[in-house]
Write a protein that binds this ligand. Structure first.
Ligand code: NAP
Ligand code: ZN
Ligand code: ZN
Length: 347
């Protein structure tokens, strides 16, 4: 076993402690990664605070991992020591079901193994990226393009793929009117990606304070949802709405913004169930969800971001600032992703 420093939470809602965890010895197809940066996703907070129920503790969160390969198992073929790599939300899946075979491991029939707050197929708890090193099978590792800094690349491993996958699946592109609801970590990447795909992009944010930045990220239009005239003015406008909000919204109100046949895709995962009236979807409107993305698609998204100059706007923090950062995220005070510099963990 390989000992490594980490930040862990003892029980739901408790603060971080500096601790040591064990990573498995390298198997034939494993790579050992020195984690350089780890992004903070709102899902980390949901899970650590018990929003989704049943967390596994102690918990080491983190599924936006960027680092360098420092050792490889005997049969690793894709990666070498020194490679710049990333790990997202998945570290294993059955590799046999139709979804795994088509590169959509996130929908694995057996249930994919998540990077943390999960048990692997041997029954051992998984620990995430708020740590110095991680051991991952090379099939669940992606390559970070040279033009992307490791710190800025980290948020792409969850926030990037979670917005890229549905935008691509629902054909965001030229001639499509897309709204992004909530401009946080996911949303600010959704705006950039939808713009790069060629769609007309509208940001629906609570207030006016993010207007200038939305245009800088490529938005064509911006509306504050606290302003009720937004909902009358935009009624029937969009082909696609991507809801990235971590809290419950008035779903009927957002469905009213879709044109006939339009789709509302929820990627935000609030604790409480979502409710809507069937009347709201009668004009052939659809309501759906989307879960992260598969490994191949994550690589495709990274390459797409490198090609189009899409870069998360990050605030780098030290390992001892994570509790404060979580409080700030809960207050909506983040522009637009915190990324932990893992070199500060040992200090
Ligand atoms: P975040 O950075 O905190 O952004 C969430 C945004 O939602 C905020 O910036 C804010 O945007 C808006 N918002 C927050 N509270 C609101 C409220 N009460 N009413 C209206 N709008 C509100 O979070 P994130 O990391 O982007 O994650 C967003 C959600 O996606 C979380 O629930 C997370 O768990 C989920 N998620 C899902 C997947 C998946 O696979 N489906 C993957 C990753 C994350 P404005 O200031 O612009 O209004
Ligand atoms: Zn995430
Ligand atoms: Zn599978």
């Amino acid at each position: 076993m390989l000992k490594t420093h980490a930040l862990s939470i003892a029980s739901a809602g408790s603060p971080f402690e500096h601790t040591t965890i064990e990573r498995r010895e390298l198997r034939a197809h494993d790579v050992l990664i020195a984690i350089k940066f780890s992004g903070i996703c709102h899902s980390d907070i949901h899970q650590a605070e018990g929003d989704w129920g049943g967390g596994i503790f102690p918990m080491v969160p983190g599924h936006e991992i960027a680092g360098i390969v420092t050792a490889v198992g005997s049969h690793v073929s894709v990666y070498s020591v020194g490679d710049r790599v990333g790990v997202g939300c998945l570290v294993d899946s059955c590799r046999m079901c139709e979804y795994c075979l088509s590169g959509e491991e996130q929908y694995c029939k057996r249930g994919a193994v998540y990077t943390y707050n999960a048990l692997d197929y041997e029954g051992n708890p998984t620990y995430g990226g708020y740590s110095e090193q991680i051991v991952v099978d090379e099939e669940y590792v992606v390559r970070i393009p040279d033009t992307l800094g490791l710190d800025a690349a980290a948020p792409l491993l969850c926030a990037g793929i979670t917005t890229y996958s549905p935008l691509k699946h629902w054909n965001a592109g030229s001639g499509m009117k897309v709204a992004i609801v909530g401009m946080g970590g996911l949303g600010h990447l959704g705006v950039q990606i939808a713009h790069a795909m060629g769609a007309s992009v509208t940001v629906l944010s609570q207030g006016e304070n993010k207007r200038e930045e939305a245009f800088r990220f490529g938005a064509d239009h911006y509306y504050a949802t606290r302003n009720q005239t937004t909902f009358t003015e935009l009624a029937g406008t969009f082909d696609l709405i991507l809801n990235t909000v971590s809290a419950n919204l008035d779903i009927d109100a957002y469905l009213s913004l879709l044109g006939v046949g339009g789709s509302l895709i929820n990627v935000g995962l609030p604790a409480e169930p979502v409710a809507y009236h069937t009347f709201s979807i009668l004009p052939r409107k659809s309501i759906s969800g989307s879960s992260i993305g598969g490994i191949r698609e994550t690589q495709e998204m990274l390459d797409f971001c490198a090609e189009h100059g899409i870069v998360p706007q990050i605030e780098r923090i030290r390992a001892d600032e994570v509790d404060q950062a979580w409080d700030r995220i809960k207050q909506g005070d983040v522009s637009y992703r915190f990324v932990i510099d893992m070199a500060t963990l040992k200090q």
